[in-house]
Write a protein that binds this ligand. Structure first.
Ligand code: KDG
Ligand code: MG
Length: 408
């Protein structure tokens, strides 16, 4: 059996999805997602210029060897661009494998460990009353877990994931006004004074059952993060995400020594080599790495297995920058993983997105139910895709009030 061709598409409804389609002489095709948010043309070029020409003629069933061939063969390996490109190929090969076997991927991994996977939604507000309304809307829809982000009183501009009308970055995924980013101003002291109390008020209003998550988005120093994690302990957060910049892994040790608040990290990691020590030293509680940026199913499954040995659960990144293809790959891992925790899931299911990526996956009452179709269980409508093309966009950048660059 041979790979006969592969195509790369860039574009989509409101997002520049990078979609890979691999064709075989067995008449079976596989789909992969290489969407690297706001740098989408780079994995697309890596695929088109280097990887696809090498794929032609390979046996699609040999997904492990193909992964090793590209990873070891690159020499300058790892990093988000390469891993997103390898990830798309790997997802597509698993999709082909499942279709050949006539089995959904979760069955190839070892079968379902649960019926549905818990997901969390994103609540956001310009201020606390606004945020409370947003949380209440999700609770009414049946969500059991909600991430909460809030405008901070006195903050010179609104900040991460706060509504646009409050001067924030809205859905924070992409500003399509151009390649030059807008600037947000950040003030740690104001955040530290306000946010722990706001989280406590949310807990008081919604009671003990709601799982409350919060994303610091890499903004604090290790000492500040330790103080914050300690201050919010009575709230009983489900997790505190990215309290410090992810590169400084010793920071997690300081946070651990001072607090039992569960820590989630890893959405900017690309390989097991960036999280193996955090996992082995049990410095984190949830690993956030995405199947797209983490080199696909083959590599991320290794991380999930390592995490299982150390009481670390999964909480895969699911910002809307991921296409329904990688969300499906994660859904199959979520159905199987003995150490599944939660899945970030933002409603991708707009009519335009569903038309481009038809599937029978289902979101109901805050749970994701994976389809039983063979492979990933997602299609890609090339006719629909023809109307979309790449649109330049950016994330904001962050500075302190005096102009110092900070972490987005
Ligand atoms: O492209 C950046 C986003 O993926 C990121 O800001 C999302 O932090 C994020 C999250 O937790 O979804
Ligand atoms: Mg995050």
């Amino acid at each position: 059996m041979k790979i006969t061709g592969a195509k790369v598409f860039v574009g989509g409804p409101g997002k520049n999805y990078v979609t890979l389609k691999i064709m075989t002489d067995a008449g079976v095709c596989g789909l992969g997602d290489a969407t690297l948010n706001n740098r989408e043309t780079l994995p697309a070029a890596y695929l088109q210029d280097y990887l696809v020409p090498n794929l032609i003629g390979m046996d699609p069933r040999r997904s492990e060897d193909i992964w090793q061939y590209f990873y070891r063969g690159a020499y300058f390996r790892r990093g988000p661009i390469a891993m997103a490109a390898f990830g798309a190929i790997d997802m597509a090969l698993w999709d082909i494998k499942g279709k050949l076997a006539g089995m959904p991927l979760y069955d190839l991994f070892g079968g379902k460990s649960r019926d549905g996977a818990l997901v969390y939604a994103h609540a956001t507000g310009a201020d606390l009353p606004d945020l409370m309304d947003s949380v209440a809307r999700y609770v009414e829809q049946g969500y059991k877990a909600v991430r909460v982000q809030c405008g901070i009183p006195g903050m010179p501009t609104a900040s991460y994931a706060v509504p646009e009308e409050a001067g924030g970055d809205g859905d924070y995924i992409t500003d399509f006004s151009g390649i030059r980013p807008k600037t947000e101003i950040w003030d740690t002291d104001r955040y530290m004074r306000f946010m722990p109390g706001a989280l406590a008020e949310i807990r008081a209003r919604f009671g003990p059952e709601l799982k409350i998550l919060h994303d610091v988005h890499h903004r604090l120093s290790p000492r500040e993060a330790a103080a914050f994690a300690k201050a919010v302990e009575p709230v009983g957060l489900y997790w505190l995400e990215d309290p410090t910049p992810a590169e400084d892994q010793d920071a997690l040790r300081l946070i651990r020594q001072h607090s039992t608040t569960p820590i989630a990290i890893g959405e900017v990691f690309n390989s097991i080599w960036e999280c193996n020590k955090l996992i082995e030293n049990e410095l984190i509680d949830f690993i956030r790495l995405a199947v797209t940026y983490g080199g696909g199913i083959t590599h991320v499954k290794r991380i999930v297995d390592l995490a299982a040995l150390h009481h670390v659960r999964t909480g895969f990144h699911g910002a809307p920058s991921h296409s329904p293809i990688s969300m499906a790959a994660q859904a199959h891992l979520n159905a199987w993983a003995p150490n599944f925790g939660i899945q970030e899931y933002l409603v991708l299911g707009t009519p335009a997105c569903d038309a481009l990526f038809p599937s029978a996956h289902e979101m109901r009452d805050g749970m994701f139910y994976v389809s039983d179709a063979p492979g990933l269980g997602v299609d890609f409508d090339e006719g629909e895709a023809a109307q979309y093309s790449y649109k330049p966009g950016s994330h904001p950048i962050v500075r302190l009030e005096d102009g110092t660059m900070w972490n987005y």
